[in-house]
Design a protein around this ligand. Structure first.
Ligand code: G3I
Length: 406
């Protein structure tokens, strides 16, 4: 330790006399960097991340043997490891660019209003070559837009609209009818009063965003995993017909957006996926408008169903489009290099499943950085589910996504 301190002070003392070199721990590369790209003697320029891509790190040994390696001031290749010795993503491709080159309509991400003050975050979010589509994670939901009956507020929702419009990004509306994040006043209604409130909510929401969305999750998570209907206020009071009613109202409110039913755990055959297929067939038989099924894709590292593609094809065979709408692949913490590599494979396989289906129009990840993932608070002990880590450094999962579009 003393030797390291001595080495550091020696190097620091030299720095002022080597104007064309960056000091130890100084920046020596990265997007927008025009300063020195060589390092003070005894340190080496090392990859950190794209925007602060290189720092001069000490090459002197810190072990008991002391001494140091030969001074070097060359720029090294991007390091394959990041913080904690975990591997990093190294692809320089952009996700929306590769998705569109593969014939998809978009590659996108969810985001939330509270994250938009994070400049390092928005620098990535705003890049429409990375993300061609945005989903509002919370601010278009019922509790956010109509907290008390008839009292609509779109301030937060409109901030997401402005962001996407300003960036030239598509929007997926999320969502209209869902049992969760439902203001309590809705739960106190029944019968025609409930039906009117539901139609009014969705009509007002879709009218406000008329012409602004590519698609819209009109009904979210209507089934239990065993395929029985979720016994929320809508089903309990109105029966299955609430789906017909609200889809019809949505089409009238905005004929230009694609109407989706969005659900999790459809990625493998189950009672839930059987019920969703039956629902689609009954809606089609009754001429109820429906354009797509959203496969949320909240998955677990090492447990990604091999049936994902065939499950999506069950719905495209009925004439619908499909999209992966909320993709994340979580792991049990702490993250390890092996888990990161498995996650890369998992992301690649999921993306490849969509890529293989012409009518799988796009993929949305449920935010892009572990910094803002919903996973750790809902599944304590799990996390690291997204392709950027919490320091906004790309993980191998990023490379997996790129490979999945190849
Ligand atoms: O807005 C309040 C804030 O005022 C309060 O101080 C804070 C204290 O906990 O809570 C804030 O609300 C949180 C909200 O996100 C906004 O940040 C809620 O507690 C929290 O439960 C809520 O979580 C959201 C979750 O849906 C609710 O079910 C996640 O952010 C959101 O990513 C997640 O998204 C869902 C999709 O809509 C549907 N599919 C599943 C997916 C993951 O759960």
């Amino acid at each position: 330790m003393l030797k390291l301190a001595a080495a550091f002070s020696t190097l620091a003392a030299f720095a002022p006399f080597v104007a064309s070199q960056s000091a130890v721990w100084g920046q020596c590369g990265g997007i927008g960097w025009s300063g020195a790209s060589t390092c003070a003697s005894g340190s080496v320029c090392t990859y950190s991340n794209a925007y602060y891509s290189r720092r001069c790190t000490l090459t002197v040994g810190t072990g008991s043997g002391g001494g140091g390696t030969a001074p070097s001031s060359t720029v090294s290749s991007p390091s394959p490891t990041g913080s904690g010795g975990l591997p990093v993503g190294t692809s320089t491709s952009k996700l929306n660019t590769v998705a569109k080159a593969a014939g998809k309509t978009y590659f996108g991400t969810a985001t939330d209003n509270s994250e938009l003050t994070d400049a390092a975050y928005t620098a990535i979010l705003d890049d429409n070559t990375e993300f061609g589509q945005i989903s509002p994670a919370n601010s278009w939901k019922w509790d956010a837009t109509e907290p008390s009956q008839g009292d609509f507020t779109f301030t937060q929702g409109d901030a997401i609209l402005s962001l996407a419009k300003g960036n030239g990004q598509l929007l997926r509306g999320h969502n209209c009818v869902w049992y969760n994040q439902l203001p309590s006043w809705v739960n106190s209604l029944s019968g025609s009063a409930l039906s009117s409130a539901m139609v009014n909510h969705c009509t007002t929401l879709l009218t406000h965003y008329k012409g602004d969305t590519y698609s819209f999750d009109i009904v979210n998570e209507p089934f239990n995993d065993d395929g029985t209907w979720r016994t929320d206020v809508f089903y309990n009071s109105l029966g299955t017909s609430y789906v017909n009613t609200v889809l019809t109202a949505a089409r009238t409110a905005d004929p230009s957006t694609k109407l989706y039913i969005n659900e999790y755990n459809l990625e493998y055959p189950s009672g839930k996926s059987d019920s969703m297929l039956s629902l689609v067939q009954s809606l089609q038989a009754a001429d109820v408008p429906l354009d797509g099924i959203g496969f949320q894709g909240h998955l677990i590292v090492g447990q990604v169903p091999t049936t994902f593609q065939s499950q999506m094809e069950e719905f495209t065979a009925l004439g619908l489009e499909v999209a992966i709408t909320e993709l994340d692949i979580r792991m049990t913490l702490p993250a390890t290099a092996a888990l990161y590599e498995q996650q890369k494979t998992d992301y690649q396989n999921v993306v490849a499943a969509c890529n293989a289906i012409e009518k799988c129009v796009g993929i949305t990840i449920w935010d892009f950085t572990d910094k803002y993932s919903w996973v750790p608070s809902t599944f304590p002990g799990s996390g690291a589910a997204l392709p950027w880590d919490s320091n906004l450094v790309k993980k191998p999962a990023f490379d997996g996504i790129v490979a999945g579009f190849a």
